[in-house]
Design a binder for this molecule. Sequence first.
Ligand SMILES: [Zn+2]
Ligand SMILES: [Zn+2]
Length: 171
Amino acid sequence: MLGAIDVRDLVGHPGSSREEPVVGMVEGLATELARVPDDAPIRADLLLESVIEGILVSGQVRGRWTLRCARCLVEFDQPFGLDLHELFVSHPDEEADTYPLGPDGQLEPDQMIRDVVGVEMPFSPLCRSDCQGLCATCGGNRNLGECPGHAELDQRFAVLADLFPDLPNLD
Ligand SMILES: [Zn+2]
Ligand SMILES: [Zn+2]
């Protein structure tokens, strides 16, 4: 929880603005191959601007996520930095892409941060662009040289030799 930000000083005063840094844990940020770990707080440097419609929130969200390589399944950490630009209004329209402003002038940034970070989580992360992945035959991590290599071509020729025993030997 990042906690609510009191914006009573801004509501109804278009043109006024304030910087508000927030730091904390945001729960629920995990997909199959990416997650923000419990010990990695998210920091958001927010600029709150009062506009006619409500409060415009912009700034940068920074943190660290743990990714699992889609090819070799090794986990690795990576920092992220994302820009955000969202509008908070007193009476959100279900159609519009806005967030609700509390009736007592409270702005809850958690859901906004969850959305901004969640959307950008890598869908198919790679530990490195040339990751060799796991061997489909033995399951060894090819990056680590765990797979001894398998003579697939030889096996294919062996099958051919069984099917056509009369083929001339090319050796
Ligand atoms: Zn990998
Ligand atoms: Zn192998």
